[in-house]
Unconditional design. Structure first.
Length: 110
């Protein structure tokens, strides 16, 4: 597991906002992730790339669920990216994978 946590935000060529999460998304880091989400520029398509995420706990799941619930109907789309079996299992158990699409690669999410 990594002690380094980071969230970067960039705009993809198609205009989608890509948020890349690196490290553990847990109780200690979820407030920073939540702040980044809430201060991100408006975009009709947001991709949260969890490819570099090494751990996801319930506080990180809470922020993802909150992001999904705050999507105005028909005005914005949020997709997740991960191929990590442990992260996928957490998303399945918590039902997050039914709230927003989960893709194995960034290219497929875009």
């Amino acid at each position: 597991m990594s002690d380094e946590f980071d969230v970067t935000v960039e705009t993809a060529p198609d205009g989608a906002l890509v948020m890349r999460v690196t490290g553990d998304l847990d109780l200690a880091t979820s407030p920073r992730f939540e702040d980044t989400l809430s201060s991100a520029p408006a975009a009709s398509h947001v991709v949260i790339d969890l490819t570099g995420c090494t751990f996801l706990d319930s506080s990180g799941v809470r922020v993802l669920v909150q992001a999904a619930r705050n999507i105005p109907e028909g005005r914005r789309r949020v997709d997740l990216v991960t191929a990590n079996a442990g992260i996928l299992r957490v998303l399945e158990i918590t039902g997050v994978d039914r709230m927003m699409p989960v893709h194995p690669s960034l290219e497929q999410a875009l």
